[in-house]
Structure formats: C-alpha cells, structure tokens
Write a protein that binds this ligand. Structure first.
Ligand code: ADP
Ligand code: MG
Length: 321
C-alpha cells in the first residue's frame, strides 16, 4: 500500500467515530437548509464527502492490531479446522481471538460466534471488542439486544455465553463459519465444543471453517482439553483429530465415498507471557504469577499441562521430585 493511502487510512481510523459523525451531520443540515432546489452545486460537493477512501480491511486490521511475533502470529495464521492457543496467562490469547474474526467480518457471508462460559466473563470480552472493532471496521454496529456485531456489509459476530450444556440449543439451526471458545477448560465436558462443531458450515468457501479456542491449563475441563489437543502430538504440530477416549484417528465411516480418510486436523499452539511485550515488559504481571503456589505458577506462568488442581501433588511427585 502506498504511503499516501496508508496515511489516509490512518487518519480514517484515528478520526473514527467523531470524524465520520461530523461529516454526516454537516451534509444533513445543509440538506435541511436547501429544501428549495439548488441540487447541482450540492451534488458536486457530496460525492467527495460521502464516498470514503477505498477501504482495505486487511490493512485496517493491521493498523489497529499488530500480532506479537511468535505464537500469536502463528495462531492467527493457522489453517487447521480446530486450534487451541493455550498456556501461560497474559500471552495475548484472548486479544488475538478478538482480532481473528476481524479479517473476514466485513464479508456479507461471515457468520461468527465467540463464547465465554459465563456472562461476567463475556462482559470483559465485549468491552475490549468495543475498543477494537470500530477502529478496524468503520460503521460496524453493536446490538446489545442481540449481543451481536453487525458490519456494514452484513457480516455478523455473535458474542455470547454458554453456561449449561442445554444453552447450546440456542444455536440450533444456526450456521457459523467461525466459532471461538475463550478459556476452553472452563467447560467441564467437551459437549458444547462438539455440539458447536455441528453448527460449522458456510455456503461461501472462501471464508473457510474454523473453530478456535484459548485457555490456560487447569480448570474443570483440564483433562478433556488435554486429551483433545495436548496429548496427541508435539506442540505446534498439526495432527489428525482423534477420539479423546480411544485416541483413534476420527475417520469417514465404511460405506462413505471417502471411507477411511481422516476427518480434519487439530493443532495446539503454546503461549507464553514473554511472547506478549504489552504485559511482559514491566515485569509486574510476572511478579504476580511468581507469587502463586507452585502448581498454579506452573500452569499460569509456565503453561504446564502436567499439573492439575486435583492431581497437582501427584503430578508434581511424578514429574518434578
Ligand atoms: N498484539 C497485541 N497488540 C496490542 N496489545 C496486545 C496484543 N496482544 C496482547 N495485548 C495486550 O495484552 C493484554 C493481555 O492479553 P490477553 O489476550 O488478555 O492475554 P491472555 O488471554 O493470554 O491471558 C491485552 O489485554 C492487551 O492489552
Ligand atoms: Mg484470556
């Protein structure tokens, strides 16, 4: 992108939403004044005001959000059907998951869902999206009633909570091309994650189908998340999805035209606090994590999956003593 259009876009973002409002009010009030026809002069002025500079979503995203090098970049570039970005607290996992849908959100066919386990946790994520999204997509609208972002071209992102297993019925009949769970180990069984996979479809092949999750080790779902994403392969290595009980690769069934072929790929991308200069540099957050009891420190600072709350001391004996 040329320097000129670059600065144009920066200005566009920097002036949102006030700049656009001002322009809109101006043209409206001038219309009111000139009810009598002197349209030719006005129509000359209007195109320059109402036609915004060509809008480049990829570029706008890169202006408002620059991924940290390393795992955050790998997470945003990952192409596997299901990806878990997990490990240390403060690595920039949730923030990256908010930025991820921005790439295609302004496509009319984009239909996304971002969930947290409870309403309180969701609130925090919505607040951050309200800081980020209007800078990346001018005129994007948040509907509190629907708990949904709606872009000028019609793409939508639903931000919701999923507390009990029965909550998934809310999404019966819905189709999403992007589904993300923030803090996946908050769900004590894989039921909701598996159900939402059944909602993953899109008529627009260009958008791809993605399920994304972030988490720290620990929490009620530690064990099933570990079996699904951590145990089958080395970190950062794509692998064919397995049945978490039998560890067998999931395949198309006998009689299917693709019988015996694996179904889809998964990948685990480990995060570390030190990947995120926004939190790591001052050292304050690290000091807080260092002050935690050993098993929590191992989970939240080191992103260690071999310690778990209940089994913490057992695992510690096995691994470290
Ligand atoms: N690429 C980035 N650009 C700007 N700020 C970032 C970026 N990544 C992370 N941050 C900042 O770091 C903070 C912590 O990241 P967060 O995603 O909440 O961590 P995690 O979910 O891994 O615990 C965010 O609130 C945000 O302010
Ligand atoms: Mg987080």
């Amino acid at each position: 992108m040329s320097k000129e259009s670059e600065s144009g876009l920066l200005r566009l973002n920097a002036s949102m939403p006030n700049g656009s409002k001002k322009r809109y009010v101006k043209s409206k009030s001038s219309k009111k004044k000139d009810l009598a026809p002197t349209p030719t002069k006005k129509t000359e002025a209007i195109p320059a005001q109402v036609k915004p500079p060509e809008y480049d979503v990829d570029y706008a995203q890169s202006v408002v959000f620059k991924p940290n090098t390393g795992p955050q970049t790998q997470y945003l570039a990952s192409s596997e059907r299901e990806v878990l970005y997990g490990g240390a607290a403060g690595g920039g996992k949730s923030y990256a998951t908010l930025a991820d849908p921005l790439r295609n959100l302004n496509n009319k066919d984009f239909s996304g869902l971002l969930v947290r386990h409870t309403t309180e946790e969701l609130r925090e994520l919505i607040q951050k999206s309200q800081e980020l999204y209007p800078k990346a997509i001018p005129n994007i609208k948040w509907s509190e009633r629907k708990s949904q972002w709606i872009t000028p071209r019609g793409g939508t992102l639903w931000m919701s909570y999923l507390d009990r297993d029965t909550d998934v019925m809310r999404y019966q009949g819905q189709a999403f091309n992007y589904v993300a769970f923030d803090e996946l180990t908050q769900w004590n069984s894989p039921y909701s994650w598996n159900y939402m996979r059944s909602r993953l479809r899109s008529a627009n092949k260009d958008l791809g189908l993605y399920m994304r999750a972030t988490t720290n080790p620990g929490g009620p779902g530690h064990s099933w998340v570990k079996k699904m994403f951590i145990d089958p392969a080395k970190p950062n290595t794509p692998f064919w999805a397995t049945d978490i009980e039998t560890s067998e690769v999931l395949k198309f069934p006998t009689g299917h035209s693709r019988a015996g072929e694996p179904l889809f790929k998964r990948r685990f991308i480990p995060a570390s606090l030190f990947d995120n200069p926004y939190l790591a540099e001052s050292g304050d957050y690290e000091a807080m994590l260092l002050s935690l009891p050993e098993h929590q420190r191992k989970q939240l600072l080191e992103g260690n999956w071999d310690v778990n709350e209940g089994a913490a001391f057992l695992s510690l004996t096995d691994k470290y003593m």
